[in-house]
Design a protein around this ligand. Structure first.
Ligand SMILES: [Zn+2]
Length: 122
């Protein structure tokens, strides 16, 4: 089994609803996102998937969140903008855009800061 992972970043504001602490107030992060996939077979070039292809798919998904207020995004009107929920949202969006083939999305990890991250795996 082979695995590859790429990293991308985006900037966005949010606040946590129903949370007693500093994160209940409007603030922003430079979010770091890791997207990983796995598969058993390599193509003729010896690649599981071209990093640049996975990066382009991920960038396309992040584009709709970049420089936005996440709480106003339609997918987060009734879902809190935690790193956990963002990871699941990004997983589902990236999975939809992956080309059919022998690769499977394994996880999306979202870093709020250098110290804190959350991972979604189905
Ligand atoms: Zn935050």
């Amino acid at each position: 089994m082979y695995e590859i992972e790429i990293q991308e970043t985006f900037s966005a504001a949010h606040k946590l609803e129903g949370y007693a602490g500093k994160c209940q107030y409007l603030h922003g992060h430079n979010w770091r996102v890791q997207v990983g996939l796995e598969g058993e077979g390599l193509d003729d070039t010896g690649l599981l998937m071209d990093f640049t292809q996975l990066r382009a798919i991920t960038r396309g998904v992040l584009e709709e969140l970049d420089h936005s207020y996440l709480n106003e995004h339609p997918s987060f009107r009734s879902v809190n903008t935690t790193a956990e929920n963002l990871a699941r949202f990004l997983f589902e969006r990236v999975a939809e855009k992956l080309p059919a083939g022998n690769v499977r999305l394994t996880h999306v990890r979202v870093h709020e800061t250098d110290r804190y991250c959350a991972t979604y795996r189905p």
